[in-house]
Design a protein around this ligand. Structure first.
Ligand code: SF4
Length: 334
């Protein structure tokens, strides 16, 4: 736990969670023994390259996984393991406790339903005794809070801008008072001005309503602007976890160091070559033995290709999954 999070209340605890897909080529280890906590009222960024397991993990927090996936470990929400929920409890949990925003809201919103119909329907599915008029009143006050004019309630999704559609998606999450929002590349398709407004909205939701937001993104620089903590995933595992200050000021894991070195800065000129991390993420049906990053790591030790490190605290707060910060001399490296 980072010092900044010591007095925070835990909302969700992910414990030794793994997700395995059964494929024709063998089991694919998409998420591997991941353990971390989400705190009430924090924004946490989950970053990594495409295929590192961040979206799979995000969806798993709502227990969204294909039927052939095998889920093990625990995902405790306010003390209850969501992996043990029956269908009824799961449906309620998904609406009332956690909501998800995807990159393209057009695929999540019904094109033949107006904004007010989306919101009223969401309320009445979970609260069948709420009259339509009361549900509409709730929708009105919520949409105002999200900075959308009331008259836009009568619009269809195609009549809204990209940013407004994302705010409607946030509204669908909040209308039932969800306390965790998972935003999966939610700002990727937006221009920088609209993106900045949406990030402001995330800050307001955290500050005013104490909502927890998990931002899944491949853009590590974006996370620096808004998040309290950052979790870096590589090949289905947690590589590093810490406060934004810790991770940006002193990245420990060689993969995090590579990700940060590949972010363009304002001091770049035409003669400066941007750092490019060599190699590719591994095939997760046959991940490398030992540390999964070792074939790409310029700091690898002999033990790295033999044994896997643990996710351990470095300097008290930051958690790092790397032999460089663990005693490897007694671990039998040749
Ligand atoms: Fe590199 Fe070894 Fe650390 Fe893996 S454990 S990141 S190979 S130094």
């Amino acid at each position: 736990m980072t010092p900044a999070m010591q007095n925070k209340e835990v909302l969700m605890q992910v414990r030794d969670f793994s997700l395995l897909y059964k494929t024709r080529l063998g089991p694919l280890s998409a998420v591997d023994h991941v353990t971390f906590d989400l705190y009430k009222g924090e924004i946490i960024g989950l970053v990594g390259e495409s295929g590192c397991g961040k979206s799979t993990l995000g969806k798993a927090l709502l227990r969204m996984a294909p039927p052939q996936a095998e889920l093990t470990g625990q995902i405790l929400f306010q003390g209850e393991d969501i992996l043990q929920f029956d269908d009824r409890r799961l449906r309620d949990f998904r609406g009332r406790c956690v909501s998800m925003i995807f990159q393209d809201p057009m695929t999540s919103l019904n094109p033949v339903q107006r904004v007010d119909q989306h919101l009223v329907e969401a309320i009445q599915v979970h609260e069948p005794h709420t009259p339509a008029q009361a549900a509409l009143e709730r929708a009105r006050s919520l949409i105002g809070r999200l900075g959308i004019q009331e008259r836009r309630l009568r619009d269809y999704p195609h009549q809204l801008s990209g940013g407004m559609r994302q705010r409607v998606m946030i509204g669908l999450g909040l209308v039932l008072n969800a306390n965790l929002i998972i935003a999966d590349e939610a700002t990727t398709s937006l221009d920088v001005i609209v993106e900045a407004k949406l990030l402001d909205q995330f800050r307001e939701l955290r500050d005013e309503l104490g909502i927890t937001i998990l931002m899944i993104t491949h853009n590590i620089a974006l996370v620096a602007e808004v998040a309290d903590r950052i979790a870096v995933m590589y090949a289905g595992q947690m590589a590093e976890l810490g406060s934004v200050y810790e991770v940006f000021d002193a990245p420990r894991h060689p993969y995090t160091q590579g990700l940060l070195a590949s972010v363009p800065t304002i001091s770049l000129n035409e003669r400066t070559e941007l750092f490019k991390m060599g190699g590719e993420p591994p095939n997760l049906t046959h991940p490398p033995q030992g540390c999964r990053f070792h074939p790409r790591c310029s700091q690898a030790l002999p033990i790295c290709s033999q044994r896997e490190p643990e996710l351990r605290p470095v300097n008290g707060g930051q958690l790092v999954h790397c032999w460089l910060y663990q005693n490897h001399e007694s671990q039998g490296a040749s």
